[in-house]
Design a protein around this ligand. Structure first.
Ligand SMILES: [Zn+2]
Length: 504
């Protein structure tokens, strides 16, 4: 039974919008916390697996990975929960059905879920205190431990760099598929947050100072820049009053400029070559990746994402899909993958994996020719219907395995809400989108999408990702040299302190 929510009793908030979301048997509310401007969404229904999330919009201006380091650091103790590692303690002691934190290229999220009321309330408190009152201000060693630190075992030892995020990202960067995906974003959006590595590039992580780290928290981890979400069978009046009294009311409004404008299109498609590391003795034969990537409109355009996903299934990913088949038959590659990803704009990608290095022009030519042929002869309508049926079924079924439903709805609604305060429920209200697209299958709508967003699109990147022998060693040598030079500038006393700090 849904607990009754009376919006007029939520005195600290004003109602922005209320919508029946029949698709989810839910009532959605967007509220604005009057004192701070904090955005609050309620998605109320009888689901006992309750979800809370607080997210902040966290665009970046460099590759130091400051949002990722902050995500790790705020979970290392707070004013009320000073245990050294409350996150680990929580996992052990809680009845949670989900508990995590995630850094994206433009936001950082802290979701928790539980079926138990007491546990849920406790988790909300732990997360609110973690993000707003972390111990990072009083214990700067958290930054060094989670971000980066100088490591020196003995006075005449070799100076190296250590750190949880630093080491994690070294692992991530060593995967070629990860390099391909990251370089796609960075090169399609050279002038905004997506041109940088929000997780942190190990080469640049050591450029981050403690002061910059603290300033990032002060600027972006503020109620005025927050997106709060409450889902399920919750006593919303009680929770809203509590949020206000325990946390939000302690802040004044802050003007935070975190908006992410759309990136302008290129004047003409661009080509880039980047590298990933392979061992000195490894073969580089047929180890090249070619990607054909375009920016396909705005995530805020109603129905476009679903349409592009249907298109992608039909031309690229279904068994025997024409682009996949053409590339493999021509001997360009062993595997083709790709599809649609979204930030504030949509990215459509075709990537050919394990290619001979000299096939770039042929790769592009085959894709263009295949697309032109599809446009001329008409797209396979049955494949579009199959894709739409599957999307509709998955949406209705909402079967996310052992994960809480409310978590997925949270991620869906962030896909639009983060970029437009007026479109919070866009990806939850899908009924009309499905109906509209079903009618469009029998028109030339999808052929037109190919022309507009893929073939004749100037916002296009042809990316070649080549293996490079000894790249890791090259980078390590460069870093070792830099660190040795730095060590040579230190006094004996500074070196002694460094050894002591390392031991500590
Ligand atoms: Zn991490």
């Amino acid at each position: 039974m849904t607990k009754n929510f009376d919006v007029t009793k939520a005195k600290a908030y004003e109602l922005v919008t209320r919508e029946e979301i029949s698709e989810l048997n839910s009532v959605g509310y967007v509220l604005r916390h009057i004192k701070t401007g904090a955005r609050v969404m309620l998605l109320l229904n009888d689901d006992n697996n309750k979800v809370f999330n607080i997210a902040f919009r966290t665009p970046v201006m460099n590759d130091t990975g400051v949002p990722h380091i902050l995500e790790h650091s705020v979970l290392c103790g707070s004013k009320k929960y000073s245990a050294k590692d409350p996150f680990v303690e929580l996992v052990k002691g809680s009845l949670n059905t989900f508990l995590n934190a995630m850094t994206y290229p433009d936001k950082t999220m802290y979701p928790v879920a539980s079926c138990n009321d007491k546990d849920f309330m406790n988790l909300m408190d732990v997360y609110m205190d973690a993000v707003l009152n972390p111990n990072i201000y009083t214990r700067d060693e958290i930054f060094r431990q989670e971000g980066w630190n100088y490591h020196l075992d003995s006075e005449d030892g070799e100076l190296t760099i250590n750190g949880v995020v630093y080491n994690e990202m070294k692992g991530v960067m060593s995967s070629p598929d990860s390099v391909v995906s990251r370089e796609g974003y960075h090169n399609l959006f050279p002038e905004n947050t997506y041109s940088f590595e929000s997780g942190g590039d190990p080469e640049f992580i050591p450029e981050l100072t403690y002061e910059e780290f603290i300033n990032f928290h002060k600027t972006y981890y503020h109620p005025s820049n927050s997106y709060i979400y409450l889902y399920g069978d919750v006593d919303a009046n009680e929770r809203l009053d509590w949020l206000d009294e325990a946390y939000l009311s302690k802040y004044d409004a802050l003007e935070v400029n975190s908006s992410i404008p759309e990136h302008k299109s290129f004047d003409a498609p661009i080509e880039k070559e980047v590298f990933y590391a392979v061992g000195k003795d490894e073969s580089v034969d047929k180890k090249t990746y070619f990607s054909y990537a375009t920016v396909a409109g705005s995530v805020l355009e109603e129905g476009l994402v679903t349409a592009m996903e249907m298109l992608s299934y039909s031309i690229l990913s279904m068994p025997g899909a024409p682009i996949q088949k053409a590339l493999i038959d021509a001997g360009i590659c062993e595997e083709v993958y790709g599809g649609l990803e979204t930030v504030n704009q949509n990215i459509f990608t075709i990537t050919a994996k394990n290619c001979p290095a000299d096939k770039k022009d042929e790769f592009v030519r085959i894709i263009d020719e295949t697309l032109k042929k599809i446009v001329a002869e008409g797209i396979n309508k049955d494949s579009l219907r199959a894709a739409l049926n599957k999307k509709e079924f998955d949406f209705r079924e909402a079967d996310f395995g052992s994960y809480p439903k409310g978590l997925f709805y949270c991620m869906d609604m962030m896909d639009s809400w983060l970029y437009d305060d007026n479109k919070p429920f866009m990806y939850l209200k899908m009924e009309s989108v499905f109906n509209d697209l079903r009618e469009k299958i029998d028109t030339d709508y999808f052929e037109k999408l190919i022309e507009k967003y893929i073939l004749n699109n100037n916002h296009k990147l042809i990316l070649t990702t080549n293996p490079k022998k000894g790249l890791t060693e090259e980078k390590e040598e460069k870093l070792a040299k830099k660190l040795a030079e730095y060590k040579a500038t230190l006094t004996d006393e500074e070196i002694k302190k460094m050894v002591a700090d390392t031991k500590h």
